[in-house]
Design a protein around this ligand. Structure first.
Ligand SMILES: [Fe+2]
Ligand SMILES: [Fe+2]
Length: 349
């Protein structure tokens, strides 16, 4: 079965995303506030209480969805929601409470590595230590069914349909060699001047080839909390200048764990006979990310720490946070597949 991509669809009907269904008290309040305007008040105390009650914010559907929706105001926006709410102090204060708790949980879970050696070397060592055997990409390469491949794309769609955007927040916050390296990476992510080669566009094509809806947030009600935890981590680090070291470390770890898994994904697509259009996104990343990982470790992270040595620990924190959150998500999906099930909250249409 070789599938070819339908003719490229317009991109202007893919955003803004529809408001998702609430998953609890906090997301209900946030979504209600966005929908109803001034009729509902967001009290920061409610956010604080909810995060204190939560046994694990990483897995908390309600808190992660609320945070995601609030961040979305800074990206493509939300259907029927006033764009001016992006800078509404009440929403920012509420989001600040959720962010504080999420960052604290991450810093508590991840033993803070101390940069005692060369940063690129330390990053490569972290990535190697986090590699705990065959992951989701190996499953796709050897065992996945077509339905499981579609599910993997759905999990990835929340980030990948706006691939690279959260790291772009860091561009004006860096200087010199680090800025230049980040822009070089991002220029590739954004297609190098060819809109059809924007990585997000190539991914949208993959979704269409696989019979999936490529509108942003089409599966917002299907994906589990960890998908949002992963996306929110990037937004939280990218949108705060004080965390610029961490977003750089995040990108470095992300790029350093991409090329080899992408080859496995592409092999899996070909094993299933899905064709070049379906595998294009993953093929693109085999070579691109082999280059990006070097740029990210040496020029971006290495360049930043040469400029601002005080950011070294945060670079490693961002890298560890990326490996922890994304590793947990991939593990959860793989375990669900091994058990013959799905990690989605509801079945795909
Ligand atoms: Fe990419
Ligand atoms: Fe990349």
């Amino acid at each position: 079965m070789t599938l070819t991509a339908p003719v490229s669809t317009r991109t202007d009907d893919r955003w803004p995303m529809r408001l998702p269904e609430p998953r609890g008290e906090v997301s209900e309040l946030v979504i209600g506030r966005l929908r109803a305007g001034d009729g509902i008040r967001l009290e920061p105390d409610v956010a604080t209480a909810a995060t204190r009650r939560s046994p694990s914010l990483l897995d908390d559907d309600d808190v992660q969805l609320a945070l995601f929706v609030l961040y979305e105001l800074h990206y493509g926006g939300l259907e029927a929601v006033d764009d001016r709410l992006e800078w509404e102090p009440e929403l920012l204060a509420f989001r600040g409470e959720l962010e504080r708790a999420y960052e604290a949980e991450l810093r508590g879970r991840i033993p803070q590595p101390h940069a005692t050696r060369d940063i690129p070397e330390a990053l490569f060592a972290l990535v190697e230590a986090a590699d705990d055997g065959p992951g989701l990409s190996a499953w796709v390469e050897r065992d996945a069914t077509v339905d499981q491949v579609r599910e993997v794309l759905v999990h990835r769609s929340i980030y990948t349909l706006k691939e690279a955007d959260p790291h772009s927040w860091a561009i004006p916050r860096l200087h010199g060699r680090a800025k230049s390296a980040l822009v070089e990476i991002q220029a590739d992510e954004y297609g190098g001047g060819r809109p059809e080669r924007l990585h997000a566009e190539i991914f949208a094509k993959t979704m269409r080839v696989m019979g999936l809806d490529d509108r942003y947030g089409a599966y917002a009600d299907h994906v589990p909390a960890l998908v949002y935890a992963s996306m929110n981590l990037m937004s939280m680090l990218g949108l705060q200048r004080r965390l610029r070291g961490a977003i750089v470390g995040h990108l470095a770890a992300f790029e350093m764990t991409s090329s080899i898994p992408c080859r496995a994904y592409a092999n899996g697509f070909r094993r299933l006979g899905l064709g070049d259009d379906a595998a294009d996104y993953f093929d693109e990343h085999v070579e691109a990310d082999a280059v990006h990982e070097q740029l990210a470790a040496h020029d971006l992270a290495g360049g930043l720490v040469a400029d601002e040595p005080g950011l070294a620990d945060d670079i490693l924190f961002g890298a560890c946070a990326c490996l922890t959150v994304d590793g947990r998500l991939c593990g959860e999906v793989r375990r669900a597949f091994e058990a013959g099930g799905s990690a989605l909250r509801k079945a795909l249409p």
